[in-house]
Design a protein around this ligand. Structure first.
Ligand code: AP5
Length: 215
């Protein structure tokens, strides 16, 4: 059983690596960002509440995100493990996750932390394109954007640029990351729970390093 947390700045490649690893391990890839974008797309009250925070690159309130994670971990497919991508994201969320895991009799196996220089993150985020149908991410330079009709989910690709992948929001997300997530990284590091990977390497190389670190 694998219970994993992926930590790292926006654009470092958490989602890219999480998708393949979760599939290989047969566990759900639980991305709080993706759950929130889906809620927004369906115009649920949670999605509409989250919109202003997400567009500005701010964190959605802790209580809202905790409820999403609580509900998702209670689903049947999360019994055999899970990969949390984008949660926790600050010390309060780290504590909330710890309490939730105690409550449901679960524990965390590994916290994987991806590092990368900020200039590269900006380049990755501003060039990212996402498929609305299957959620896959691509990059105008590093991960070829597919033609219409080649969606992984079997449907028609609908490629778009995320509303928070524009310069102002990107810069704010990086600032929020340093302020909010930095102390959480330090916390896991001080408890010797952090597996640190070089997120600046090419996609395939990061994938190999990730699997070897987990073995
Ligand atoms: P979220 O969706 O989690 O965004 P994020 O953390 O900013 O992370 P990203 O998805 O931007 O980056 P990533 O590391 O997954 O990179 P990716 O693999 O796509 O959150 C969005 C918003 O939701 C937040 O701002 C907040 O408002 C809200 N939210 C979510 N969780 C929350 C929480 N817990 N609490 C409160 N609010 C929350 O890669 C990026 C690009 O680079 C892609 O184009 C990819 O193709 C390319 N790429 C990836 N790896 C490489 C590589 N090695 N080399 C070259 N290119 C690469």
């Amino acid at each position: 059983m694998s219970r994993l947390v992926f930590l790292g700045p926006p654009g470092v490649g958490k989602g890219t690596q999480a998708a393949g690893l979760a599939q290989d391990l047969g566990i759900p890839h639980i991305s709080t960002g993706a759950i929130l974008r889906d809620a927004l797309e369906r115009e649920t009250p949670t999605g509409l509440e989250a919109k202003k925070f997400m567009d500005a690159g701010e964190l959605v309130p802790d209580s809202v995100v905790l409820q999403l994670v609580r509900d998702r971990l209670a689903e049947e497919d999360a019994r055999s493990g899970w990969l949390l991508d984008g949660y926790p994201r600050n010390l309060q969320q780290g504590e909330a996750l710890q309490s939730l895991l105690q409550e449901i009799g679960d524990s965390l196996d590994h916290v994987i932390y991806f590092e990368c220089a900020e200039s590269e993150l900006v380049r990755r985020l501003s060039g990212r394109r996402t498929c609305k149908t299957c959620g896959s991410t691509f990059h105008i330079e590093f991960a070829p954007v597919p033609e219409q009709g080649q969606c992984d989910a079997g449907g028609e690709c609908e490629i778009y640029q995320r509303s928070d992948d524009v310069e102002e929001a990107i810069l704010n997300r990086l600032e929020v990351y340093h302020r909010e997530t930095g102390p959480l990284v330090d916390h896991y590091r001080s408890k010797d729970q952090l597996v640190v990977l070089d997120g600046a390497a090419p996609i395939d190389e990061v994938g190999v390093a990730l699997r070897s670190a987990l073995n």
